[in-house]
Design a protein around this ligand. Structure first.
Ligand SMILES: *[C@@H]1O[C@H](CO)[C@@H](O)[C@H](O)[C@H]1NC(C)=O
Ligand SMILES: *[C@@H]1O[C@H](CO)[C@@H](O)[C@H](O)[C@H]1NC(C)=O
Ligand SMILES: *[C@@H]1O[C@H](CO)[C@@H](O)[C@H](O)[C@H]1NC(C)=O
Ligand SMILES: *[C@@H]1O[C@H](CO)[C@@H](O)[C@H](O)[C@H]1NC(C)=O
Ligand SMILES: *[C@@H]1O[C@H](CO)[C@@H](O)[C@H](O)[C@H]1NC(C)=O
Ligand SMILES: *[C@@H]1O[C@H](CO)[C@@H](O)[C@H](O)[C@H]1NC(C)=O
Ligand SMILES: *[C@@H]1O[C@H](CO)[C@@H](O)[C@H](O)[C@H]1NC(C)=O
Ligand SMILES: *[C@@H]1O[C@H](CO)[C@@H](O)[C@H](O)[C@H]1NC(C)=O
Ligand SMILES: *[C@@H]1O[C@H](CO)[C@@H](O)[C@H](O)[C@H]1NC(C)=O
Length: 378
């Protein structure tokens, strides 16, 4: 049995209720398994705890949690599925909402944080809508009650909600645009408010609405850029202020060999910080070829305005990222984020430096299959 050092013993006695172990689920691009993984932030150990069999037989391409962290929603070919998270961190199948054959490629899920906790599921395909799915009192997916529609040349890859859940923002990768819809809190009815064509060759993939309501940060997949859109907090409308940050080193002339994918805010730990003021924005970029690494970039946000103060790091990831390099900021400490690599079949934990100016991989877990994205249960 390992000896407890006097230092960690003292720390344990001084703060007996601090949990050092955290738990997340990861989905996969193929197969029916979803894993449960533990991360210990004192030892930086990543441990595979559970291989969970699901009914998502064609992979769990995108997973999301509800606000209560009692349900896991899974996008799999043909359906959005709902699983209850059990006390031991396993998953129990509850229900599914089937998709039409024309729009069966379930690809992204955003869950509202306020009642009625509507879930927004998007199939990636030409002309496919984002489906508003009502949940029951336990948060279980019930039925598709409204569609947020785009144009017949659209293919929306990612969505996000304003913090009050009154507006839905959609990144239209195939249609090279960003869309704004409003939604009626009681009826769930959708209204299109704004279509913004993106610059030629941009291809918006994912986006993130700042919790203070003043900004939407958009990933341009093909241009490998982060774009800044200003948001009117009353009307929800956006203005493209033509401000972009490159997510590859300036010297690279082979931008077409990369496809940027993810943008997420760090998560202020609610006990100590201003929850509407995340410290960082973190992005992921994949290499099309496994012979070159992808990239991860960090941005320091102004604590009072939420604007970008600086692009503080741009670092190669350990490998290409495959189809993933999806970053998932941790809820227990703003400095940590997980990142998935579907080609190397790994999940890594990264930690941002104290001054925010750098980051490094602190743990790596090898898996038998290519992970898609991670959600933090604790
Ligand atoms: C999970 O499955 C992998 C094989 O895919 C196996 O190596 C590993 O031991 C399993 N882990 C647990 C905790 O069941
Ligand atoms: C977890 O709990 C569920 C019931 O909530 C039970 O069916 C399952 O067998 C348990 N799994 C493990 C690995 O203990
Ligand atoms: C939403 O669109 C899908 C097609 O993708 C269709 O099957 C479904 O009936 C629509 N739902 C509503 C409420 O109109
Ligand atoms: C797409 O929509 C336009 C009008 O908005 C229509 O003219 C065109 O025929 C549609 N194309 C297809 C393939 O449905
Ligand atoms: C933006 O609007 C929301 C509610 O609509 C409000 O809670 C929030 O304080 C507003 N933000 C700012 C910066 O005024
Ligand atoms: C952004 O650039 C476009 C065209 O290059 C221009 O029409 C638009 O006014 C610019 N927007 C702002 C906010 O500067
Ligand atoms: C990586 O492979 C691609 C083709 O898949 C090739 O175009 C590129 O030159 C290679 N890069 C390096 C650094 O070997
Ligand atoms: C892109 O170019 C850079 C700089 O020449 C090189 O290091 C990198 O391996 C290339 N990437 C790919 C995917 O070929
Ligand atoms: C939290 O940050 C927002 C800006 O993002 C600011 O408007 C607000 O005053 C801050 N609240 C506190 C309690 O510091």
């Amino acid at each position: 049995m390992p000896r407890l050092s006097t230092l960690s013993l003292a720390a344990a006695l001084a703060s007996p209720i601090i949990a050092d172990s955290h738990y997340f689920n990861s989905g996969f691009f193929s197969g029916s398994t979803i894993v449960g993984v533990e991360f210990d932030d004192t030892t930086n150990a990543l441990t595979l705890k559970q291989n969970i069999s699901t009914k998502a037989s064609s992979g769990s391409k995108w997973i999301a949690l509800d606000q209560q962290k009692k349900n896991l929603y899974v996008g799999t070919t043909g359906a959005f599925q709902s699983y209850a998270i059990t006390g031991n961190g396993s998953l129990e199948y509850s229900s599914e909402v089937a998709l039409s054959s024309a729009c069966s490629n379930a690809n992204f899920i955003t869950a509202a944080s306020t009642s009625p906790y509507t879930v927004f599921g998007t199939a990636y395909g030409t002309g496919c809508p984002t489906e508003a799915i009502m949940v029951d009192a336990d948060g279980v997916l019930h039925s598709n009650t409204a569609n947020f529609t785009y144009s017949n040349s659209s293919g929306v890859h990612g969505t996000d909600l304003s913090r009050d859940n009154a507006f839905l923002y959609s990144a239209d990768d195939m249609g090279n645009a960003v869309w704004v819809h409003s939604l009626d809190a009681t009826t769930g009815a959708a209204e299109e408010l704004q279509y913004l064509a993106a610059p030629s060759g941009a291809n918006p993939r994912h986006l993130a609405v700042h919790p203070n309501g003043l900004w939407v940060y958009v990933i341009y997949e093909e241009a490998n850029q982060l774009a800044v859109y200003k948001r009117d907090n009353e009307t929800g409308l956006l203005t493209d202020i033509n401000s972009t940050y490159l997510l590859l080193p300036e010297s690279f002339t082979n931008s077409t060999s990369y496809w940027s994918d993810e943008v997420k805010f760090s998560i202020p730990s609610s006990s100590t910080t201003n929850t509407t003021s995340p410290a960082y924005l973190i992005t992921g970029t994949r290499s099309h070829s496994t012979n070159a690494t992808g990239f991860v970039s960090g941005f320091i946000l102004d604590p009072s305005t939420g604007a970008i103060s600086s692009q503080s790091f741009l670092l190669p990831t350990t490998a290409s990222g495959g189809s993933a390099n999806a970053v998932a900021p941790a809820p227990f400490d703003e400095r940590y984020f997980a990142i998935t690599d579907s080609a190397a079949s790994t999940i890594e934990m990264w930690r941002i430096d104290e001054n925010g100016l750098g980051a490094e991989s602190v743990a790596r877990l090898g898996l038998g299959n290519g992970p898609a994205n991670v959600v933090w249960v604790s």
